[in-house]
Design a protein around this ligand. Structure first.
Ligand SMILES: [Ca+2]
Ligand SMILES: [Ca+2]
Length: 393
């Protein structure tokens, strides 16, 4: 699906193109070899480099990024730098969690997908973990009709869509719009990583998986079922009367239980994990990634962030009792560098290899070379690349 990228030289004059290609040829050099490669998994974090504090004076964002050959270890208190709260009808108070998560640099698609657990299922770029759609409760405690936190807990979310759990774990269950600027005209930024290591973006991606077609809202392939009684499961299983959920009503509206949703392959761009394989600005060769799902009107839509199952193999250490307090044993180094956005091929040097990609995408609709993310590849991107020329800081 990635073979349809075509060179788009039409807006570059022949003279300019020859000069730039000559420069690219002269400047291209072999990428440096890093035993700890600096991938987007390393650079995407919002690091606290100035002692910034958030809620209750707690150190905000990601306080330390360490990485080894195989893993990245972001540390955080779990508090963002933006204002959070209040949380009506929620007695909990956000507290420093001393998180140390383990994110793999080489995520692998799972042949047998793991269900996303209760509690933390991934971490935002600011070190705040996120949960899935569930609130840990089910109708009559039967573990059959599981409550959708987006309905049952909505009153306690703050303006950034987060709230604290018992123990002070501040978290969202849905797209936390405060984490990164979002525009329908630009490919969304990476907002975090699921604990299988695949990135999660905001709502907007490239219309086509090969990076062409402009920007589009990535649509969920889940929809609410056409039911008025809760007597069957989404897979068609007929329940016994004792297992029925409540009839659909004003108290129990459609969508108030996650079993009110069904997956319809092809309904949207995203699969049952809320993921898609596609080119992104950070992954010009394509990656599996999740998108935050919202409706055309901007309301968050099930399954919100990561689907009920991970796309990839779940990395141990982050979930379950005591999870998220990893002690690295693989000699990680501390990352103190920049994201280096002009380094399109991610070899930590901005040089002819990156320029060649920029020329290939020249005047195109916002591929990997759209460094300033304004929707096309033009002189603004070239200027950014030239200003960053050389080894990444
Ligand atoms: Ca490069
Ligand atoms: Ca641009």
């Amino acid at each position: 699906m990635l073979t349809t990228l075509q060179p788009r030289f039409n807006a570059v004059t022949t003279g300019n193109r020859i000069a730039l290609l000559a420069a690219a040829a002269a400047l291209a050099c072999a990428p440096a070899a890093f035993s700890q490669s600096v991938t987007p998994t390393v650079t995407a974090w919002t690091r606290n480099t100035g002692g910034q504090t958030g809620y209750n004076g707690i150190l905000a964002n990601v306080t330390l990024v360490r990485h080894s050959a195989g893993f990245v270890y972001p540390s955080s208190a779990g508090i963002p730098s933006y204002a959070i709260g209040p949380w009506p009808a929620n007695p909990n108070i956000p507290a420093n969690q001393n998180w140390v998560f383990r994110i793999t640099k080489t995520p692998v698609v799972a042949t047998t997908p793991t269900a996303t657990p209760l509690g933390v299922i991934g971490v935002l770029i600011n070190g705040v973990p996120f949960f899935n759609a569930l609130d840990a409760m089910s109708y009559n405690n039967l573990n059959i009709w599981h409550r959708n936190a987006m309905y049952w807990e909505a009153a306690s979310f703050d303006a950034c869509k987060g709230h604290p759990a018992p123990g002070g774990v501040y978290h969202p269950h849905q797209f936390p719009a405060c984490v990164a600027p979002t525009s329908a005209q630009q490919h969304s930024a990476i907002i975090g990583f699921a604990f299988d290591g695949f990135p999660i973006y905001g709502p907007y991606g490239y219309a086509n998986a090969d990076g062409t077609g402009g920007i589009a809202r990535m649509r969920t392939s889940y929809r609410t079922r056409a039911i008025t009684q809760r007597t069957t499961l989404p897979n068609g299983t007929q329940l016994q009367a004792s297992q029925y959920g409540p009839a659909v009503s004003a108290t129990y509206p459609l969508g108030s239980f996650v079993e009110d949703y069904e997956f319809v392959a092809g309904l949207g761009e995203l699969d049952a994990a809320n993921a898609r394989f596609c080119v992104t600005p950070e992954y010009p060769n394509g990656t599996w990634c999740y998108f935050s799902t919202i409706s055309a009107k901007g309301a968050t839509e099930y399954p919100y962030l990561v689907g009920p199952r991970y796309k990839g193999v779940l990395v141990t250490g982050n979930t379950g009792p005591g999870g998220g307090h990893v002690t690295p044993t693989d000699a990680p180094v501390t990352f103190t560098g920049s994201a280096c956005v002009a380094d399109i091929n991610r070899d930590r040097v901005v040089n002819g290899g990156d320029l060649a990609t920029l020329l290939t995408e020249w005047a195109g609709g916002g591929g990997a070379a759209d460094i300033d993310r304004d929707g096309d590849v033009t002189g603004g991107d070239l200027a950014l690349m030239l200003s960053a020329w050389g080894t990444c800081p």
